[in-house]
Design a protein. Structure first.
Length: 296
């Protein structure tokens, strides 16, 4: 395909996505794209965002965008594995409280570390306070009765309502659209919420159907399941929590959380087009740049 034709298709595809015009069901690609996880010892949710088919029959390129959980516990073998990805930058969405708890990113030589904190709406502080209390009554009061899930939905609403959050998401997407910017990995603590919303937006903006983007979002539950279960069992055995199942809504991603953000998009902006343009500050040229660089 010639460059001029590709640019034309990228612009047309960007227009279609921003206008929220989906093709007929018969034109939609099948889902079930394998997740390309990067196996590491010190992180469980690092993966290549490539491979997903788009509406126009192309695919998101491998080896350009990676998403992950925190990188503070990487081993020497992990650093060798990451070095093989040829990363140019690692963007850290964690707030200072999280960095202080889990440690700064360990990165291969030559990878630029970018601190870009996105508020978790107090999630990390709430979780550590509840666990640190060792009080099962207080823990039930803080997390039980659907309160943990409701808190998570509020976290997702701030992805849309908080101006600083919007600025961070917008800047990240603009950087990913820049020609020749090199492979990038972005992450938060668990690689599922701030990272999940960024990835969902990115996939939708380059023309990946909503169902596939949502499957990628929900895949964190599978990739994190064993690790999160060990965390809960450790809390039980240490006596920190009598009922560690209370934290399951905080450990998981759920469609209802994603829906909370999308409901806020509709309420505040009328739809994805206005959120992306007015909220995140992206123009059509930037969205076309994402498609040009990441799809082929």
């Amino acid at each position: 395909m010639s460059l001029s034709r590709r640019a034309l298709l990228s612009t047309a595809g960007a227009t279609a996505v921003l206008a929220a015009v989906a093709p007929p069901a018969a034109a939609r690609p099948r889902t079930g794209t394998p997740i390309r996880q990067i196996p590491l010892q010190g992180a469980v949710n690092v993966r290549d965002l490539g491979g997903y088919p788009t509406y126009d029959g192309e695919r998101v390129r491998h080896g350009l965008v990676y998403r992950g959980d925190h990188l503070g516990k990487l081993t020497e073998a992990d650093l060798v594995a990451l070095a093989g990805l040829g990363l140019a930058r690692a963007v850290d969405f964690r707030i200072p409280l999280e960095v202080g708890h889990d440690g700064a990113d360990r990165l291969p030589t030559g990878v630029t570390a970018v601190a870009r904190p996105i508020t978790d709406n107090g999630l990390f502080g709430q979780l550590t306070a509840a666990i640190g209390s060792r009080d099962p009554v207080l823990q039930e009061q803080m997390l039980g009765g659907g309160r943990a899930a409701a808190f998570m939905a509020d976290v997702y609403r701030t992805f849309v309502t908080d101006a600083a959050n919007r600025g961070a998401f917008g800047r990240t997407l603009r950087e990913l659209a820049a020609p020749g910017s090199g492979p990038v990995l972005y992450h938060c603590t668990s690689g599922k919420d701030r990272t999940g919303w960024t990835s969902w937006l990115l996939l939708r903006l380059v023309g990946v159907p909503e169902r596939s983007a949502t499957e990628d979002y929900l895949a964190s539950n599978t990739l994190r399941a064993a690790h999160d279960a060990r965390v809960r069992e450790g809390l039980r055995q240490s006596g920190m929590m009598r009922n560690p199942e209370l934290i399951v809504p905080l450990q998981e991603v759920r469609r209802e959380y994603l829906d909370a953000a999308l409901d806020e998009v509709r309420a505040g902006y009328g739809g994805l087009y206005r959120y992306v343009t007015a909220g995140l500050g992206l123009d059509l040229r930037t969205v076309a740049g994402l498609r040009e660089r990441l799809v082929g």
